[in-house]
Design a protein around this ligand. Structure first.
Ligand code: SAM
Ligand code: SF4
Length: 348
């Protein structure tokens, strides 16, 4: 599991718990059911809260192939993983992403297949993704102001993103969640407009606390907590915030709109520890299996093992070893990354 070692250990654990079909339970009673896969670390945007100012992207041959991804997901599905999310970078930049969606949605046991995207390429892909069996879509949209959008994404077009969103609706891709990163001094004055837009489209708006990683934006200046957002009069007038009082150790709270037309999600990676509920594994674009988003030393080189000829049992043993590395709670914070990594490195 040595991150610096180029040769992954293929030693096969001979134990009953390595039998296919046994769920991925960690040492703290959590069962892994959710896999997030980064398809690429490339992106057509350069959102200032996400991508570092200077970055190197992986070569195509360093990315997992679709067949490698299919094999890993098949092994994981045999052992209880039920939900897969494709992300990145921008996952729809990966040529043939719709074919991968078809390959994964055909895997027995996968009940929920989703993509997180900035929407721009949905104009081209929405119909194909719907036909390929995509179950749900998360779209990142941080502002409804064209100038701000262009500034935040370093040249992206709000019009193109909205056209992509319309294409997804037309293709019948739903449910759609709209993810907005909360950034003080940038979009905190238009959160109510985003709620109204989402409600008018039949989407669920979700507000996510800004995480301090390697990026081009000053986190100390831009961070605002969900609790502070819930105190804003224009949010409280739209959202029934009383339910938030019962929030306990949860990654997200969904609060009903006062209009009765849906709900709004608030995701609190910074202000509330929710490790006790974590059932996620992650695969980075270059094929490392990662136990925990901010834990840089708890991973394994799955791609290396696959390319060294590992059998399914050996892959299973590596996955179980990574699951066993999952920290209990709060041991790792984003500061433990030392702002060396961005979301595009890990897969957001
Ligand atoms: N390109 C796709 C998109 O933007 O939806 C998928 C990848 S992106 C890295 C996934 C999610 O991570 C997006 O919703 C983005 O807003 C979020 N994200 C990136 N950097 C973040 C940060 N520093 N804090 C909070 N969320 C972040
Ligand atoms: Fe690209 Fe998504 Fe990161 Fe923006 S948030 S730079 S769209 S990966």
């Amino acid at each position: 599991m040595d991150k610096t070692s180029s040769k992954p250990s293929l030693r096969l654990e001979k134990s009953p718990s390595n039998e296919p079909g046994v769920p991925f339970d960690d040492n703290f009673g959590r069962t892994m059911k959710y896999l997030r896969i980064s398809l690429t670390d490339r992106c057509n945007f350069k959102c200032t809260y996400c991508r570092p100012e200077i970055e190197e992207t992986k070569r195509h041959e360093d990315l997992l192939t679709f067949e490698e991804i299919e094999r890993i997901v098949t092994i994981m599905a045999t052992n209880g993983v039920r939900k897969v999310r494709l992300t990145g970078g921008e996952p729809l930049l990966r040529k043939g992403a719709d074919h991968l969606v078809r390959m994964i949605s055909d895997i027995k046991g996968i009940e929920d297949l989703a993509i997180t995207t900035n929407a721009v390429m949905l104009s081209k892909y929405a119909v194909r993704l719907a036909a390929a069996g995509l179950d749900r879509l998360n779209i990142s949209l941080d502002t409804l102001d064209p100038k701000r959008f262009s500034e935040l994404t370093c040249g992206g077009s709000l019009k193109d993103a909205l056209m992509g969103i319309d294409a997804a609706v037309e293709a019948g891709l739903k449910p759609i969640k709209l993810n907005t990163v909360l950034i003080k001094g940038f979009n905190d004055d238009e959160l109510h407009s985003i709620i109204d837009y989402a409600a008018s489209m039949g989407f669920t708006a979700r507000f996510i606390e800004f995480m301090p990683m390697s990026n081009g934006l000053d986190w100390e200046k831009g961070y605002i907590s969900v609790d502070d957002v819930l105190k804003m009069p224009e949010i409280a007038s739209r959202v029934d915030t009383s339910a938030a009082l019962n929030r306990q150790n949860t990654a997200s709270v969904y609060l009903p709109l006062r209009s009765g037309t849906g709900e709004v999600g608030f995701i609190t990676p910074m202000s509330s520890k929710f490790c006790n509920l974590c059932n996620r594994l992650r695969i980075t674009a270059d094929g490392r299996l990662r136990a925990c988003l901010p834990a840089d030393d708890k991973d394994a080189d799955l791609k290396g093992a696959l390319r060294a000829g590992a059998s399914d049992d050996e892959i299973l043993a590596i996955i179980r070893r990574v699951v066993a590395l999952k920290p209990e709670s709060g041991e790792y914070t984003f500061d433990s990354l030392g702002r060396k990594k961005s979301m595009v490195d890990i897969g957001g």
